[in-house]
Design a protein around this ligand. Structure first.
Ligand code: PGA
Length: 255
């Protein structure tokens, strides 16, 4: 049984003040959700504030990125060990990091290792661009990303990894993938992980869908036994995220 995940990626929204206010609003209703892991990903500077608001709840906390270095003279970077003082989770290789900040599969692989070594749970993101999909290259792109981002990780740590499939054309566009599109790629990801680490690891791996998830469409995705939760951007900045978490938990409880 794979425990479902409702992950809210706030991206570059909410400084400490707004984060405190919003986390205060969603704290109790999110804490009341049972049967799913609920995790919030504030910007770095708001993490300590949100940590305090969530203290004593079972709501998870994570960072949106981490350094590939362990510490020292890397101006502007944040090390995994620092994140791990307040968080248990971290997003790795989000398409915005790949696209705007030049992160490659090799970077994502290193960051995933560094996160695992610090006892963080990485949510490793993969997803194709619209041009890839239109050129029928989705399978090839996802295969390259999964092998490059997840290959060669220590076998004893691989069980902690979570993958998010986020087609780039569906992120922030209001144009979510269809359930079938998501299911097809997620099945491919599971097969690739099985090639890398064996079927039991692939069977236990949690794979999320992300890209324009809302309270209105999340139930449709969660009806798929392949999809273990959602990585939510825009809708995680609104109280709607509580509904999304509840729908994820109850869809999986009844399946
Ligand atoms: P979105 O973002 O829900 O706003 O499309 C998802 C994500 O990028 O994680």
């Amino acid at each position: 049984m794979r425990t479902p995940i409702a992950a809210g990626n706030w991206k570059m929204n909410f400084g400490p003040r707004q984060a405190q206010q919003f986390a205060g609003i969603v704290r109790d209703p999110l804490n009341a959700v049972t049967g799913a892991e609920v995790v919030l990903f504030p910007p770095f500077i708001a993490i300590p504030t949100v940590y305090n608001v969530l203290y004593g709840t079972h709501i998870g906390l994570g960072a949106q990125n981490l350094s590939d270095q362990l510490g020292g003279a890397y101006t502007g970077e944040v090390a995994a060990s620092m994140i791990a003082e307040l968080c248990r989770w971290v997003i790795v290789g989000h398409s915005e990091r790949r696209h705007y900040y030049g992160e490659t599969d090799a970077t994502v692989n290193t960051k995933t290792r560094v996160a695992l070594d610090a006892d963080l749970t990485p949510i490793v993101c993969v997803g194709e661009h619209l041009a890839d999909r239109e050129a029928n290259l989705t399978e090839r792109v996802i295969t390259t990303q999964v092998r490059g981002s997840l290959g060669g990780l220590p076998a004893e740590q691989i069980g902690r990894v979570v993958v998010a499939y986020e087609p780039v054309w569906a992120i922030g566009t209001g144009r979510a993938a269809t359930r079938q599109d998501a299911e097809d790629v997620i099945a491919l990801i599971r097969a690739l992980v099985s090639e890398l680490y064996g079927q039991p690891v692939a069977d236990a791996l949690r794979i999320l869908y992300g890209g324009s998830v809302t309270a209105a469409n999340v139930g449709e995705f969660m009806a798929s036994p392949q999809i273990d939760g959602a990585l939510v951007g825009g809708a995680s900045l609104k109280p709607e995220f509580v509904d999304i978490a509840q729908i994820i938990a109850s869809a999986k409880a009844s399946s």
